[in-house]
Design a binder for this molecule. Structure first.
Ligand SMILES: Cc1cc2nc3c(=O)[nH]c(=O)nc-3n(C[C@H](O)[C@H](O)[C@H](O)COP(=O)(O)O)c2cc1C
Length: 195
């Protein structure tokens, strides 16, 4: 069974985490979820659903979904011996991006990301901030140079139907694809193939 680690932080964009986790949980792949304290709070603020209630809906009647305490550095995902296909951090705050870029983690989410970088496991970050200052840009560049995929949650305006749910699906579909997960949340661009 394929395993994925999903980090959720306190950047805006909790709806992306909600959609991504709901989609993945239904695929039967093994999910290892780590949320920061601010990730949980912003999730509740933006979606109106408490993180714990949401987690319960994901884990109920499922044996493929695991959630970790972000302070538990003894968890399996903190070790290089844990094998996973990819890790996705959705949404990724500038604070968490900075901690991973500088190796100053100190929590399970950052440690798991650090392990992915050192073990060459695919790491996809969906960072959200606007505007980005030079510190943010430098940290994101460092992460890119270290092998992470930086995929900001940017709408595909050229293919936008104007429907919010559609827009979220397309962004989540791109994140999943970057993590190596084929999915049907967005369709590939095929216009212009005759040009
Ligand atoms: C409603 C709300 C929205 C926020 N949106 C962002 C954001 O889009 N990007 C960001 O980097 N930080 C954002 N923050 C600030 C982060 O939550 C803050 O930097 C926090 O320390 C991140 O912690 P974490 O990385 O451990 O989750 C937001 C905070 C709140 C309360």
């Amino acid at each position: 069974m394929k395993r994925y680690i999903i980090g959720v932080t306190g950047a805006s964009g909790s709806i992306l985490a909600k959609r991504l986790l709901s989609y993945l949980a239904g695929t039967g792949t093994q999910l290892h979820i780590i949320a920061t304290d601010m990730g949980k709070k912003v999730f509740e603020y933006e979606t109106g659903i408490s993180w714990e209630v949401f987690l319960n809906t994901l884990t109920r009647d499922r044996t493929n979904v695991f959630a970790y305490d972000n302070n538990n550095l003894f968890a399996s995902v903190a070790s290089g011996s844990f094998t996973a296909e990819a890790m996705m951090i959705v949404p990724c705050s500038m604070a968490t991006a900075a901690k991973i870029a500088t190796g100053t983690g100190g929590n399970l989410l950052c440690r798991a990301a650090d392990v992915c970088l050192k073990e060459k496991i695919r790491l996809v970050l969906s960072p959200r901030e606007a505007p980005l200052n030079a510190v943010h840009l430098r940290n994101l560049l460092t992460l890119s140079e270290c092998g992470a995929v930086i995929l900001p949650p940017v709408p595909m305006f050229y293919a936008d139907s104007g429907n919010y749910g559609d827009m979220i699906d397309k962004i989540v579909g791109r994140i999943l694809k970057s993590a190596g997960i084929e999915n049907d949340l967005y369709s590939k661009w095929n216009m212009g193939k005759d040009c």
